[in-house]
Design a protein around this ligand. Structure first.
Ligand code: NAD
Length: 503
């Protein structure tokens, strides 16, 4: 085991610096500037990243624009999809190499990044299948006079802006439908997690897509990201990140009438009724908040337990949580690793202090002493919380769960909905009618009944309220990544007014 970790570390110790990928070439930023990339486990510099800005975005967008109107746009769908399958195969071949890179760059445990990388390959394969099977139009017959039909056309250059919390998986979740439907792409990855975006560029380069079809510009949100949003030759922006950033992007995209999809923050409830399968609810609740180090948009960060089982459930959490394995993200056994960045770590710590100031009781696991250099926050839950406290209302985005009590269905639906967010929800009960009633009563884009956050790629993914705008996933992504065009065809000589003919 230890030797496997050592090998992984060795692989990481000679990582090269990261360039931009534009028009099929790996290049430095036009300004020559770079920024540091930090390892969250050691807080040492891993490598240096080319700092793209407006000038680089412009060159990338122009390359993507040319590719869209050139070779890529001319390809038959079947030819295009061969490239998408090839990317999926290449990712699959490199899971064992990409997963440690992702873990080192983000602090996410290796057992979880392996699944995320496998899912990334699946994103490409899934969208290749979806496009060949489901990208279909409709026909509207009007007696023997007309037939009107719809087709779905790619739109142009897709600007994809992604966060750091599950970088490779979230990037591919956007790139796969964008490319499979025939668009070209400029990706702006999260600045704290740039490594695997570049590995993906190498893979796409190896798959020999025509030049300019896929481009990556690293850099900061306010410069590189904002220039992508403002660029007139970018037709759409798919954004995942914080709610405030999403709202700024929507405003900034208005001048060029950008189509924007926004997958934003969450503060999702998990509701456990007294008739639930106790052990499974406990497993799901613990996994749902502490997996991905708690940096998960759909995390169940508010737990509501029915009062009759409240003490028992809290006791079970107290017993379970100190046993969660906190440690080196490259160790196969690790369940919770360090948070992405010292800045984010300080923010999460501030929330734990705020919880104390607001009168909550804090229960935390332990961080082993030898991991003192990393951004570790142990799995934590908060008791004596009420739903109006800031720690129950604001997204902490770390391994911290607020625990509350409820008496009945009506009350818990009210509490669950008393938040500005509406991304996910989880309901645990063995009363089938109540399960559906409560799920339908929760204001969120997605609700799971007696289930952890299991993903079915065919379903619409997205949030309501401050958690987002629009849906991606399944055929829903086609509404976003394609333009629906209608063609009206006359089948006979219908009446046409003859202005001016009489004279
Ligand atoms: P963030 O909003 O700070 O950054 C996301 C991306 O936006 C980064 O690439 C950043 O550089 C870029 N950006 C920042 N300002 C910009 C601007 N003005 N114009 C253009 N781009 C800009 O988010 P983060 O901290 O990286 O990620 C964490 C957040 O993401 C959390 O709120 C989490 O809930 C959310 N998230 C949501 C989902 C979902 O599907 N709903 C999934 C994962 C993460």
């Amino acid at each position: 085991m230890k030797s496997q970790q050592k090998d992984r570390r060795k692989q990481m110790s000679n990582l090269k610096d990261i360039q931009l990928y534009i028009n099929g070439e790996f290049i430095d930023a036009a300004s020559g500037k770079t920024f540091e990339n930090i390892n969250p486990f050691t807080n040492e510099v891993i490598n240096y990243i080319a700092e793209g800005d407006a000038a680089d975005i412009h060159v990338a967008v122009e390359a993507a624009h040319r590719a869209f109107h050139g070779e890529w746009g001319q390809l038959k769908v079947s030819e295009r999809l061969k490239y998408i399958y090839k990317i999926a195969d290449l990712i699959d071949e490199h899971i064992e190499e990409i997963a440690p890179l992702e873990s080192m760059d983000t602090g996410l445990p290796i057992s979880q990044t392996k699944n995320m990388v496998a899912r990334s390959a699946q994103n490409f394969r899934f969208y290749a299948e979806m496009v060949s099977n489901r990208l279909v139009g409709e026909a509207y017959q009007v007696d023997d006079e007309f037939i009107n039909y719809t087709i779905h056309k790619p739109i142009g250059v897709a600007g994809l802006i992604t966060p750091w919390n599950a970088p490779f998986m979230l990037e591919t979740w956007k790139i796969a439908p964008a490319l499979a439907t025939g668009n070209t792409v400029v990706l702006k990855p999260g600045e704290w997690s740039p490594v695997t975006a570049n590995r993906l560029a190498e893979i796409i380069d190896k798959a020999e897509l025509p030049k300019g079809v896929f481009n990556v510009v690293h850099g900061f949100g306010e410069t590189a990201g904002a220039s992508l949003v403002a660029h007139p030759n970018v037709q759409l922006i798919s954004f995942t990140g914080e709610t405030t950033t999403g709202s700024e992007i929507i405003k900034n995209g208005a001048d060029t009438l950008k189509r924007v999809s926004a997958e934003l923050g969450g503060k999702s409830p998990i509701i456990v009724f007294d008739d639930a399968d106790f052990d499974r609810a406990l497993d799901a609740c613990t996994w749902g908040i502490f997996s991905f180090n708690g940096e998960r948009c759909t995390a169940n960060s508010r737990l509501f337990v029915q009062e009759s089982i409240y003490e028992q459930f809290v006791d079970a959490l107290k017993e379970r949580i100190p046993k969660i394995i906190v440690g080196d993200p490259l160790n196969n056994e690790t369940e919770v690793g360090p948070l992405i960045h010292i800045e984010h770590f300080n923010n999460v710590k501030k929330y734990i202090q705020l919880a104390k100031d607001e009168g909550a009781e804090i229960y935390s696991g332990e961080v082993p002493k030898e991991f003192g250099k990393g951004n570790f926050v142990p799995p934590t839950f908060l008791l004596n919380v009420t739903n109006e406290m800031r720690v129950a209302q604001e997204e902490i985005f770390g391994p911290v769960m607020a625990v509350m009590k409820f008496t009945d269905e009506k009350e818990v639906i009210r509490l669950a909905n008393d938040t500005k967010y509406g991304l996910a929800g989880y309901v645990w009960t063995n009363d089938i009618k109540r399960g559906h009633r409560v799920a339908q009563g929760v204001d969120s884009g997605m609700v799971w009944i007696n289930s952890q956050n299991v993903r079915d790629l065919r379903i619409p993914f997205g949030g309501s309220k401050y958690s987002g705008m629009g849906r991606e996933g399944g055929h829903y992504a086609f509404n976003f990544y394609t333009e629906t065009q209608v063609i009206h065809v006359a089948l006979s000589d219908h009446h046409i007014p003859q202005f001016g003919k009489k004279n």
